[in-house]
Design a protein around this ligand. Structure first.
Ligand code: HEM
Length: 300
């Protein structure tokens, strides 16, 4: 299934970047990886149908302590007592899996790439975690997590240099004219605009020393605990913005902080030398050839 998903994501990206998916007439023609998209979509739909049907008939259970997302989707009713249809459950479940797994997974890869290549960052991170989190703890509490300010800053800075979802599209609903008097650009209603946060986050007019990994730019004010103000409200868009921004952003940041804290507390990571680390966009921003590390248990 992973192989099919990867192929479909690849086809979606190929078609979106060539504007094929955005033009209804072109999107129906049997070219440009359309067969991969159609066959893949069918395979994935069957796979998810089976998961839903197994859960409905009690052949599978939530693997967490309480109900999982699928249980919630199956049991939710609206004000009129109507449940979600199978199609709606399938769409929501798939959206959450697709939007929530590769993005956070790739964020963790980039965080560990930074830690393994930036000694000072790694030391500061480990020191903070060792200070805040007792060795024998089973579960992190909110109190522990809110004290991990360096971890928070490292996550923010990693998402600046390596935003895991670097491309998103917005459609213009009011005509706009942007640019300078000599160099004006008119954007008519209906224009699809690709926003590239990878480039946005590296703009030297918005970020001092834009290519340098400097987590201290995100450290909160020690007196009032406020985050530093951005030079422009839309200078930083790892989770997009507006009414269709990432619904899972708070969950993702919390999940990333917990994983970072537990892994750094328990393990030692060393980059295997001689690797080419090249960022590649396949819907999400990943390392083209993976990231190999030696992981050993820390003596604590
Ligand atoms: C580091 C992790 C994550 C990043 C960088 C990220 C980024 C984004 C971005 C940029 C969008 C906007 C896409 C667009 O407008 O086309 C988005 C949408 C979305 N994300 Fe995330 N995301 C992350 C994690 C998650 C998680 C963990 C979940 C779910 C548990 C999630 C669920 C969603 C959903 C459902 C949408 C669509 C919202 C809508 O259209 O109204 N994301 N995400």
């Amino acid at each position: 299934m992973c192989h099919v998903l990867a192929e479909v994501l690849d086809a979606v990206l190929y078609r979106s970047l060539r504007m094929i998916n955005q033009i209804p007439f072109l999107s129906k023609l049997p070219f440009w990886k359309k067969n991969i998209l159609d066959n893949g979509a069918e395979t994935i739909a069957k796979f998810v149908d089976k998961i839903i049907s197994d859960r409905r008939h009690g052949h599978s259970n939530s693997m967490s302590d309480g109900p999982d997302l699928l249980d919630l989707l199956l049991s939710t009713v609206d004000n009129e007592g109507e449940s979600f249809t199978n199609q709606e459950i399938k769409t929501h479940a798939l959206t959450f899996v697709l939007a929530g797994s590769e993005t956070t997974g790739n964020l963790m890869v980039w965080i560990f790439y930074i830690l393994m290549t930036h000694d000072q960052v790694s030391k500061a991170c480990q020191q903070e975690i060792d200070q805040v989190i007792p060795n024998n703890i089973d579960e992190l509490t909110n109190e522990h997590l809110s004290k991990l300010v360096i971890c928070e800053a490292i996550i923010n800075e990693t998402l600046r240099l390596y935003p895991s979802a670097p491309l998103f599209i917005r459609r213009c609903i009011h005509e706009h004219t942007i640019g300078t008097e000599e160099n004006q650009l008119n954007i008519p209603v209906g224009t699809d605009i690709f926003i590239n946060s990878y480039i946005l986050h590296r703009r030297s007019d918005l970020w001092p020393r834009p290519l340098e990994f400097d987590y201290t730019r995100w450290l909160r004010d020690t007196k009032n605990d406020l985050k530093p103000k951005l030079v422009h409200p839309f200078a930083y868009l790892p989770f997009a913005a507006g009414s269709r921004n990432c619904i899972g952003q708070n969950f993702a940041l919390l999940e990333a902080k917990i994983m970072l804290a537990m892994l750094v507390q328990q393990c030692h990571f060393k980059l295997i030398p001689g690797q080419k680390i090249i960022p590649e966009v396949k819907i999400t921003l990943r390392t083209k050839y993976g990231l190999l590390a030696n992981i050993t248990k820390r003596q604590i």
